[in-house]
Design a protein around this ligand. Structure first.
Ligand SMILES: *Cc1c(COP(=O)(O)O)cnc(C)c1O
Ligand SMILES: [Zn+2]
Length: 418
């Protein structure tokens, strides 16, 4: 597995950087960097059958990842989560071909692992000696696990409202876990910017780190293989900074450039109704999203963001390019979607159930047709935010005493719904 990556390139001024340069953002203009691959070369030498015989992890398509020397690879077996048909949720919202990618099955129970395996492997290749990140929980757990595995000392700054479960997971990997308080989010952003300028410390924040979203491209390759080497009609993704969505877009583009598909799926970005800067920009037909909303107002804690990095330009471009959609979703619609997914055997956090709520909204509006093939990306496990289940079922738990009469009555009044 030898990469066909050639260099990094700035989105804005097109300055180029080498793959062994520990650069974060463009040194000329501050723009975001993206890895460029020689897809023409890969197209000529590609043996698809051999690729599909490799283990089903993020690294299956290593030619399309940025690692120069495989010796630096840091993996916990991420990726390859199954695509599951969601018959019951589908019936409830009027979609006959609704499916979900259950990324709660990753090593740290969220899709972030797809991105930290690439970012931390690259950090090892670049000789990074220390790292820190800032998180509402899932990014921190994933970062801490991969940094521990790579033996790179790390610090995780946790938002003071992260759940106990998320903080517990971050701590167990042995990194330094610190609660970060702040008066306004602008303070945090300023501190992070100064950390780069004054301390010169390598960054792992999505898109500021040029390699995290590369791992998310694996969604596209996996879906293509799971759907009989075709693309679905729609893929729905929860969006904060939009690394998952941008990775999907880039991955499908690469499949097209390799001649493996002839069209792209339509991509849907969903955000909480209380902080939907990308949805607002999309609806206004703008190329850049402005700061908007209250990131703490929704139960969708993992995607509470009022100001996407880079003004969300990568995401808005991907939506325009695929004739996509952007949807704002209320908390009550997310709770309803959690219950629907539960019927299909899936326990995910509100930030993931939002995708099924978005599917319902688009189906109701007639934008998604009843027999369209729809894939929802379920990004994180419900076990990391269990308290919200009490809001899904506000009626609370029933109780009985250990007596046969009470059990008999309980069973006699239990009926299936069909
Ligand atoms: C981080 C996160 C997201 C959003 O990811 P972006 O790449 O920033 O858009 C969505 N869902 C969950 C569960 C997350 O942890
Ligand atoms: Zn630049």
């Amino acid at each position: 597995m030898t990469t066909v990556a050639t260099h990094l390139e700035c989105d804005d001024c097109h300055a180029r950087y080498g793959l062994l340069d520990p650069v974060n953002t463009c040194r000329q203009c501050g723009g975001l960097l993206d890895t460029v691959y020689d897809l023409e070369r890969l197209r000529r030498q590609l043996d698809v059958e051999a690729v599909l015989r490799r283990p089903n992890t993020v690294w299956r398509w290593g030619e399309l990842l940025p690692l120069v020397d495989d010796a630096h690879l840091v993996s916990l077996g991420e990726g390859g989560a199954p695509l599951l048909a969601c018959e019951q949720a589908g019936e409830a919202i009027g979609l006959s071909r609704l499916a979900a990618k259950n990324d709660a099955m990753n090593p740290t129970a969220s899709f972030k692992d797809r991105s930290f395996t690439t970012a931390v492997s690259k950090a090892r290749e670049l000789g990074v000696r220390l790292g820190f990140t800032y998180t509402s929980g899932n990014a921190g757990a994933s970062f801490a696990a991969y940094m521990a595995k790579a033996r790179i000392p790390s610090v995780v700054l946790v938002k003071d409202w992260a759940t106990r479960e998320k903080i517990a997971m971050i701590r167990i990997y042995g990194c330094r876990t610190v609660i970060l308080s702040y008066d306004s989010f602008a303070e945090v952003t300023r501190m992070l910017e100064e950390a780069v300028k004054r301390l010169g410390i390598y960054q792992f924040v999505l898109f500021i780190n040029p390699y995290r979203h590369e791992g998310y491209k694996s969604y596209a390759y996996e879906l293509w293989a799971e759907l009989g080497r075709r693309v679905p009609d729609w893929v729905i993704q929860p969006v904060s900074n939009g690394g998952g969505l941008y990775g999907l877009w880039k991955g499908f583009h690469e499949l097209k450039a390799l001649g493996l598909v002839d069209r792209l799926p339509r991509l849907v970005a969903c955000q909480p109704a209380t902080s939907p800067p990308i949805v607002r920009a999309f609806e206004a037909g703008k190329a850049v999203a402005e700061k908007y909303g209250d990131p703490r107002a929704s139960i969708a804690q993992s995607i509470g963001s009022d100001a996407p990095i880079g003004g969300g330009r990568r995401i808005l471009r991907a939506l325009a390019d695929t004739r996509g959609q952007a949807v704002a979703v209320t908390d009550s619609a997310m709770l309803e979607a959690m219950a629907l997914l539960g019927r299909d055997g899936l326990f995910v956090e509100p930030s993931s159930a939002i995708t099924v709520a978005a599917a319902k909204l688009l189906a109701t509006k007639g934008i998604i047709a009843p027999d369209d093939q729809v894939v929802c990306i379920l990004t994180g496990s419900g076990l990391k935010q269990p308290d919200v289940v009490d809001r899904v079922f506000p009626q609370g738990l029933e109780r009985i005493h250990a007596r046969i009469e009470e059990l008999e009555l309980l069973l006699a009044t239990t009926r299936g719904e069909g």
